[in-house]
Design a protein around this ligand. Structure first.
Ligand SMILES: NC(=O)CC[C@H](N)C(=O)O
Length: 306
């Protein structure tokens, strides 16, 4: 495994076409697109990594997996009152479906859905309290107390919030949000500004690879049924309008972020994190997806077989 990760890293270092870093969040536009990291945490407790796997980056929408997990923990199936679970087939920041579908976002991984999940987990509390809870949850599943929110990234996004603010206000007009829109957005932008390395992210995803149990500590995070359901949402919706393409090429539940990270789960086997800041036209890591495609071709770890 170690050799495979190193081979993938070496091969991708030769790539000249690396995609485009997100520039609608000015802080992310400053990231060097030549960086690449990959990390694998197996259910047996082994760890492998190559490249810049210890460098923290902005996990952005990958955080939506963690807030979804928290939301299901707090509300159970009640969460689905204000968020759907179907792929949208539209870009991550699209507003069009909301008007036809009573302000109910299609799934928890598009921006509108993630904003609705944040509103649901706030439960009358202040952003600070919800963020503290999120941080302790992610620290717990990562087994690392050093994780932090990058406040500069959050501020950068708050300063360019118009698109997400539109989604939030539109949903609020349909009665889908309970809290003050600016408080919900402030919470959402901090969630997206979580800084994590591939090593930390692979560890954090391990509970989804082992029926809800955190390995190697053996502590249960969610039920097996809930882990399966979160994985299915990642498979169907984790890459927005390129989720079909990602399933076709990689065949693993995966969640991308505009920071260039992807978390991919190989159920029963392990959790993989890759990071390459350049994005494709759908806002997903260009080389990250290629690295995962190379990985499944060599290992046969896709859920659909070799
Ligand atoms: N796809 C993403 O990672 C988008 C997250 C980003 N924070 C946004 O709201 O636009």
């Amino acid at each position: 495994m170690q050799q495979l990760l190193e081979e993938i890293t070496q091969q991708l270092a030769l790539e000249t076409e690396r995609g485009k870093v997100a520039d609608y969040i000015p802080q992310l536009a400053e990231v060097d697109p030549h960086q690449f990291g990959i990390s694998l945490a197996t259910v047996e407790g082994e760890r492998f990594s190559a490249g810049a796997a210890a460098t923290p980056f902005s996990i952005q929408s990958i955080s939506k997996v963690f807030t979804l997990t928290m939301g299901l923990g707090k509300l159970g199936d009640g969460l689905w009152t204000n968020v759907g679970r179907e792929p949208s087939g539209d870009p991550f920041n699209s507003i069009v479906q909301l008007e036809h579908e009573n302000g109910k976002p299609r799934n928890p991984f598009i921006n509108a859905g993630a904003i609705a999940v944040v509103d649901a987990i706030m439960m009358g509390h202040e952003p600070r309290e919800t963020l503290a809870e999120l941080l302790s949850f992610v620290r717990y599943i990562t087994d690392d107390q050093s994780l932090y929110f990058d406040h500069q990234v959050a501020a950068s996004e708050m300063a360019h919030k118009d698109r997400n603010a539109s989604l939030a206000h539109f949903m609020k007009a349909f009665g889908r949000l309970r809290h003050d829109v600016d408080k919900v957005l402030g919470t959402y932008f901090h969630q997206c500004a979580l800084a994590m390395s591939c090593d930390q992210l692979a560890h954090a995803g391990l509970f989804l690879a082992s029926d809800g149990v955190n390995r190697p500590s053996n502590l249960r995070v969610v039920s097996p049924q809930r882990a399966r359901r979160i994985n299915s949402l990642m498979m169907m919706c984790g890459h927005y309008d390129a989720s079909g393409e990602f399933a076709f090429r990689v065949g693993l539940p995966g969640k991308s972020g505009v920071g260039g990270g992807i978390l991919a789960i190989a159920p029963g086997r392990g959790s993989l994190a890759v990071w390459s800041p350049g994005l494709d036209e759908y806002g997903n890591s260009l080389l990250g997806a290629r690295a995962l495609e190379m990985f499944v071709q060599r290992t046969g770890w896709s859920v659909f077989g070799h």
